[in-house]
Design a protein around this ligand. Structure first.
Ligand SMILES: [Zn+2]
Ligand SMILES: [Zn+2]
Length: 342
């Protein structure tokens, strides 16, 4: 199965947490947190269209300048999402430089501050205006969805880390595969046209287990360019096989409170991959409470209760640099329910 999301974990668990998600055939990438990104090649940074920041502690935000440096002459805008202070923080970064030579640069930065589960504040910074802040007002959030595109949607939840922190999930509604046997039987050949076909389906159809693909709204017949000429899209349905879409969740720097844990379990439910912190060991639980971080044991419990497919630990205290294995095994044992409850 060709997956839509291809992810790269940028640093080891003692470096800054950051995940780059490349979208299949889209020449476009997403970033989850933007800490130390020196290991991302320039030609990949310039494809970043959206950055999802959990909070603006330096280990999650210092790489913003490097993204800015790479995309300064770009036509496509950069969108950055984060907690309630993200607009101020982006503004602060932009004010740290002199912008008298960018009047003919097309770049536009859009910053979205997730204030709560209902509202987002929106501001724009345009190169041609010297990146002065433009207040674009408040947007309403529906079903926690901050980005809704044909190929995927991004949902958020506001949690606490002593300060507000945002967790993200990136989901595909459904996944379209090509049934090779049917493809051959119909006399078609594999080619880029199949990518176009999939995209059109995501734009115009919803998946319905009974009716298969159901138009999102009343549409007149859509034609697709195929190796056999232009065909009506619905004639091509027999070569498609629909499977469950992928869900990726990203949860960093969370106070180990019952309220946070309950919300996370619900939010990351059935994720194929959960990227999470496991900052302290359970034996240092007091420290975890003091520093507003999860313990490896709690992270394992979350993965178990939420039935996640795979868990990747991205953020561990430097305290355990000699024995990270202890952290990973605490997560695993807790996930299997082997560790005693405390
Ligand atoms: Zn951190
Ligand atoms: Zn933090």
């Amino acid at each position: 199965m060709a997956r839509l999301f291809h992810y790269k974990i940028i640093n080891n668990a003692f470096g800054d947490p950051c995940v780059l998600i490349q979208l299949l055939r889209e020449k476009r990438a997403l970033l989850l947190d933007v800490g130390d990104i020196r290991r991302i090649p320039f030609n990949e940074i310039i494809k970043v269209s959206d950055i999802f920041v959990t909070h603006t502690h330096i280990d999650h935000f210092i790489g913003f300048d490097q993204v800015l440096r790479a995309i300064l002459r770009r036509h496509e805008p950069l969108r950055i999402y984060g907690p309630e202070n993200i607009i101020e923080c982006v503004h602060g970064k932009l004010r740290g430089y002199t912008w008298n030579l960018v009047a003919d640069y097309p770049l536009q930065i859009e910053a979205y501050a997730i204030k709560n589960n209902k509202e987002i504040a929106f501001a724009k910074f345009v190169a041609s205006k010297g990146f002065k802040i433009e207040d674009m007002g408040i947007l309403q959030l529906k079903n926690n969805i901050i980005l809704n595109e044909p190929l995927f949607k991004v949902k958020t939840i506001v949690l606490s880390h002593g300060i507000p922190v945002i967790a993200y999930s990136i989901e595909e509604d459904f996944h379209i595969n090509i049934n090779k046997v049917e493809l051959e039987r119909a006399g078609f050949q594999i080619g880029p046209w199949l990518g176009e076909l999939k995209k059109l389906i995501k734009i115009y159809y919803n998946y319905d287990p009974i009716k298969f693909l159901k138009p999102k709204r009343k549409i007149s017949c859509i034609k697709v360019d195929t190796p056999k000429g232009k065909l009506n899209i619905e004639e091509l349905f027999p070569i498609l096989k629909i499977t469950k879409g992928e869900k990726i969740s990203y949860v960093m720097d969370i106070a180990p409170t019952e309220d946070n844990i309950k919300k996370i379990v619900q939010f990351v439910k059935d994720s194929d991959i959960l990227f999470c912190e496991a900052y302290f060991l359970n034996r240092d639980k007091d420290r975890a409470i003091e520093r507003n971080h999860l313990t490896a044991k709690i992270t394992g419990e979350i993965a178990k209760k939420a039935n996640v497919g795979e868990i990747r630990i991205l953020h561990i205290s430097p305290k355990y640099i000699e024995n990270p294995q202890e952290v990973y095994s605490e997560v695993e044992l807790s996930r299997k329910g082997i560790l005693a409850q405390s």
